[in-house]
Design a protein around this ligand. Structure first.
Ligand code: HEM
Length: 248
């Protein structure tokens, strides 16, 4: 009987970036909240880890969208194209874990900023932030679904590509999810314990930075391509004129 070569999951593409992003983020959160703000150490395994998971998720998703323009502009980055899927899947897993953990933590004692403390119900900030978080998670889930090989096979490749780019939209919604509850602390420098910006600002600015980087690299890549084409056309013109205008 003929044996088929099945693809293996390249776990290192999933765990390496996850580990490399999670560890520095965790150290940052530990330094800011546990050391400088003196929050209890028992917050580390769940409350604080939950924050770190959210930020690690957005950085992984954002990086997934920077790799394509990088690889288009500089050939040496092509080896990272295969990492995109793992960054997206990893980001979704961490984002989902963060969503579930946040719901378990959802009380006015943990998140004062989300609640009207007189009625103990969600206030505007809480309602909007939860809405944007849920919409972003659903959107990332949809992108994961259409990345299943059997679904990709049945889809129109052009539409698939357009829908995958919709992840950028989901990242923007995640920005809103963070900004609606975090923006006040971003500009309140008294809350920058030990001079360290709030973690919500780290998450939100990572999204802005990575999406801007994507646009800048794409534009540079296009400019480079046009210049290369112009140069090629010029060389061709010169060689044509040198051989007496014989058309090639
Ligand atoms: C049902 C979905 C979600 C819920 C209920 C939720 C809930 C929360 C809550 C309660 C916070 C505040 C945490 C804190 O201040 O300690 C938060 C922050 C945050 N969330 Fe979400 N979230 C959801 C989805 C997502 C998704 C999908 C992402 C990313 C892909 C994300 C990324 C972040 C980030 C980066 C922060 C800021 C970090 C911080 O300061 O804690 N969230 N989220």
């Amino acid at each position: 009987m003929e044996k088929f070569q099945r693809k293996e999951i390249e776990f290192y593409k999933l765990y390496k970036p996850m580990f490399c992003i999670f560890v520095p983020c965790f150290i940052y959160a530990f330094a800011r909240y546990t050391i400088n703000h003196q929050e209890p150490v028992y917050d580390l395994p769940f409350y604080l880890t939950n924050k770190v998971l959210g930020v690690t998720a957005v950085i992984m998703m954002g990086l997934a969208y920077v790799i394509a323009p990088l690889a288009k502009t500089w050939k040496r980055f092509r080896i990272y194209l295969g990492h995109r899927k793992y960054l997206g899947v990893g980001g979704f897993l961490l984002g989902s874990a963060h969503g579930v953990m946040s719901l378990l933590l959802m009380t006015p004692y943990n998140y004062k900023v989300f609640y009207n403390l007189e009625t103990n119900r969600l206030n505007w900030q809480g309602s909007l932030s939860m809405f944007f978080g849920t919409v972003a998670l659903m959107h990332f889930g949809f992108l994961l679904f259409i990345s299943i090989p059997a679904v990709i096979k049945d889809m129109n490749p052009k539409q698939w590509k357009i829908l995958q780019r919709g992840g950028i939209f989901a990242l923007m919604i995640t920005f809103l999810h963070i900004a609606v509850f975090g923006y006040k602390s971003w500009f309140n420098f008294e809350k920058w314990y030990g001079g360290m910006p709030p973690f919500s600002l780290v998450g939100a600015s990572s999204i802005v930075f990575l999406l801007t980087l994507r646009v800048v690299i794409s534009r540079y890549g296009k400019k480079k391509k046009i210049q290369k084409k112009l140069y090629r056309d010029k060389v061709l013109q010169v060689s044509v004129s040198r051989i007496g205008g014989i058309s090639l």
